[in-house]
Design a protein around this ligand. Sequence first.
Ligand SMILES: Nc1ncnc2c1ncn2[C@@H]1O[C@H](COP(=O)(O)OP(=O)(O)OP(=O)(O)O)[C@@H](O)[C@H]1O
Length: 696
Amino acid sequence: MSQTSDRQSEIAVEQAHVDVVYTRVDEMRVEAEAMRRRGDQLAHGARNEAIFEQAAMLFERDVMVRHATQILRTLDAEHEGLVFGRLDDTDGETMYVGRLGIRDVNFDNLVTDWRAPAAAAFYQATAEQPMNVVRRRVIRSTGQSVVDIDDDLLAPEKRPDGMAVVGEGALMASLTRARGDRMRDIVATIQREQDEAIRAPWKGVTEITGGPGTGKTAVALHRVAYLLYRDRRRMGGAGVLVIGPSPAFTSYISRVLPSMGEDTVELRSLGEVLDGVQAAGVDSADVTRVKGSLRMRRILKRVLREPPPDAPTELRITFKGEVLKLDAQDLAKVRRAVQGLNRPPNQSRVDAAEALLEALWRKADSYELGFDRHELITDLGERIDFHRFVVVWWPILTEQEALRLLADRDRLRRAAGRSLSPAELDALVASWADPSAGPTVADVALLDELRVLLGPPPKRHRRRIRAENPNWSTAPRRGEHYDEYSHIVVDEAQDLSPMQWRMIGRRGKYASWTVVGDPVQSSWPDPAEAEQARVSAVGPRAQRRHFQLRTNYRNSAEIFELAAQVVTDVSTPDQLPHAVRSTGVKPSVRVIDPTELADALRFASRQLLDEMDGTVGVITSAGRLASARSMLAEVADDRLSVVDGIEAKGLEYDAVVLVEPTELVTESTTGPRTLYVALTRATQRLTVLTSDPEWP
Ligand SMILES: Nc1ncnc2c1ncn2[C@@H]1O[C@H](COP(=O)(O)OP(=O)(O)OP(=O)(O)O)[C@@H](O)[C@H]1O
């Protein structure tokens, strides 16, 4: 038989099984809907009111409705391409693998969930270690229709007569397909080295490293789906948090987990980790570096020890016709004494009031006026003028208000001592000069540190805080339970500053971790300091396991060859992955006159949009981003995005236009690493526009 007719008849075989599965799914949907209706009737039927009083009944109703709703939701989410794999083993048995486990009415398996132990062979069997598998088949569908199949023959010597083997390889077919604006799941083509990381035990810290495009993000997300499936009670209870570098990144990966039926996982970018704050703006590399360093911890602590800017320097109050006075020195002494109690300032106002009253009593006593201590303290403590004084002298601060204190150069200099150079001081103050600008991503870790240093404000102050921060209620919220996630995934972990590790560490006191990154792509200049912060964030004694991914599935070999050249001095050979796919098209490096950049950029972008089906990314230095955007304003196309080298982290496009690559190196504090990130974003085509005739 020819390959084509083989393929058609094998597609027909698989379609027949897929039809049986969808018929069963329809039955399950009808059953689940009936179950939900029964549950609802239990809740609303007037006749059942009396029975319904019983707690057991209530419980049963809740379980019924929740269970039915969950089944329906999962069936809807997993509808497309539900069955994607088939294994034929040496005993002649067949197993179908899919997004869900489905059994027929006799409880026989129609499809095995990809996360079940039995399905592991689908990903782990190789020609060297076939694990009893003769043929592995990937089934590609659109809706409920099988459109293609791809086979791997793993044990040719065991192939029975008549077993067809068709296709050119599902992985290659998947890698060459045009990308959309969102990442897709890879359940059908997970590779063995990836599968090992996905199925690693949940405990402790699982570290996944690998070069660009090795599937680290994809693996981390599939690992979350796997852990939730295997141990939903442990993982789902307190929740799973996935942290990525930017909102563009979290939006890019946002469909992967829901497409696997998991819609309870929180995705947050680094600027959104703190409840009530949504920051996306970034500081210059120099400022980011200072704000992220551990020096800031001490500086923030010391800033809070100083009196607030408009704190009165004298307390004057009359008692029985006598004026009692605490001068600046007395007040400083009282402040130090309260701080000596080591309670967070927002929780110490009562201590401050008591210490002031005590100081006033001592003053009166030293004048030998013969007052009664109890009477003096009670009387003054109830006086409105005393309360007014306390409110301004010891204000309850939000973390935003506390951060604003740092914009005062003198205050910051006093708090910093010698830990900041004059240039660093100026740069920090300038970054906070515009109070309406809102926090940057690096500020969020400082705000979180301040939140902890300040302590929670007393309840009655929270209403004021909410009124003054309208975003408070719209941003994602987790309430008080910061430290209760069951599992935290940190993506692009190589870029986290020590202060960001502290912020995330607070949320994972009892969590297990998946930490994903590539040191060669790092934009953080002090890896040793960050490593130390990371170890204390995840717990120094946590069990650790490490997986290194070595195959680059994103870039064509031609593109990666160029990218690898720029990091030869800052990487070791084993840190650079192997790109498996060749397109035969080399990157196009065009030397241009700077005055012609706008035309060259429009031309290159239009050309790639015309020639490619998928997405086109234009990547520039941060300094050139705004001008590149305006140059491209007339090339309106949904498939085109313009980002800088840092924003490009973790993203991917079918084609990339890289503008003035040397600017990405000079702008970055980590030299060529940001350029390496930019050069490794394209799957198919790369055009570089440079005014440097020597580049690369
Ligand atoms: N087994 C696979 N099957 C199909 N596609 C895959 C596979 N592994 C990775 N990919 C694809 O390769 C691309 C790169 O994956 P991913 O973004 O997870 O890599 P990464 O290691 O996180 O890259 P970077 O470090 O550059 O951010 C994605 O489009 C992903 O879907």
